[in-house]
Write a protein of this length. Structure first.
Length: 251
């Protein structure tokens, strides 16, 4: 009985032949080993799709960041005339009134649920004369635009067609001499009104045609969206929206 033949294996790599039939040199070997094959069509498609998705995600992220800082607003109605007119578009600065409650984390601890808010404005809270955009208190689905007239804790009185804050006459050049009156039956029609904490008293510049704090009382600060910053349309009206410099020595 003949012993079976032991199989043999060739462990040495076989050198590929070049087109001219010769074996490659050492440098040609290295070049072939490190050469990258051209990408297949599916790989190229996947790369293109990945780049498109990354671009879309970047655009969405930028949009979210910008939207959290600036918002556009279309003026509808005549309540801010003659300063602003219906059909104009403004940019609203939302970051200027950014605020946070220092006591919010503490209220998560047992026994601290009744801890009073301690709100901090890193920049500043709404100031007298600022034109602001806010959620209408009687229907938060609507946004209104008005001017800040009195701040928390101040006393406002409308007397003889003029506005008094802390018993001092408020000079309002943006009214161009127009008078201010209170709606019959409203709080300000019977005497001075003290603005409650965490609220502001707002009015439109068109005092005879404006639904404002004279009608629905002071505006809660948490309803404020931001300050009307730039009027950008129509282009002929383009420019910053200024805040007035009052001559009365108000605080």
């Amino acid at each position: 009985m003949r012993p079976s033949a032991t199989p043999t294996f060739d462990t040495e790599p076989t050198a590929p032949e070049l087109p001219n039939g010769s074996e490659p040199s050492h440098s040609e070997w290295i070049q072939m080993l490190h050469s990258t094959p051209a990408p297949t069509v599916p790989y190229a498609v996947r790369t293109a799709v990945k780049e498109v998705l990354e671009t879309i995600m970047y655009i969405v992220l930028v949009f979210i960041i910008v939207r959290s800082m600036v918002q556009n607003f279309k003026i509808e109605g005549a309540s801010m005339e003659p300063t602003l007119h219906s059909g104009q578009y403004v940019l609203v600065n939302k970051i200027v009134y950014f605020h946070f409650d220092l006591n919010a984390p503490l209220r998560l601890l047992p026994g601290n649920q009744e801890l009073e808010p301690r709100v901090i404005y890193p920049f500043h809270m709404p100031q007298r004369g600022d034109i602001i955009v806010f959620e209408y208190p009687l229907n938060v689905q609507k946004d209104f635009i008005k001017r800040v007239i009195a701040l928390p804790g101040e006393t406002i009185e409308i007397r003889d067609g003029r506005v008094y804050v802390n018993n001092l006459l408020l000079d309002e050049p943006y009214l161009h001499g127009a008078s201010t009156f209170c709606n019959s039956g409203s709080a300000c029609s019977v005497g001075p009104v003290t603005v409650p904490p965490d609220t502001i008293f707002v009015m439109g510049d068109n005092r005879l045609n404006s639904s404002d704090s004279r009608e629905w009382d002071a505006l809660p600060l948490h309803r404020v969206i931001g300050q009307a910053w730039v009027l950008y349309f129509p282009l002929s009206d383009f420019g910053l929206i200024p805040s007035p410099q009052y001559t009365a020595p108000l605080p």
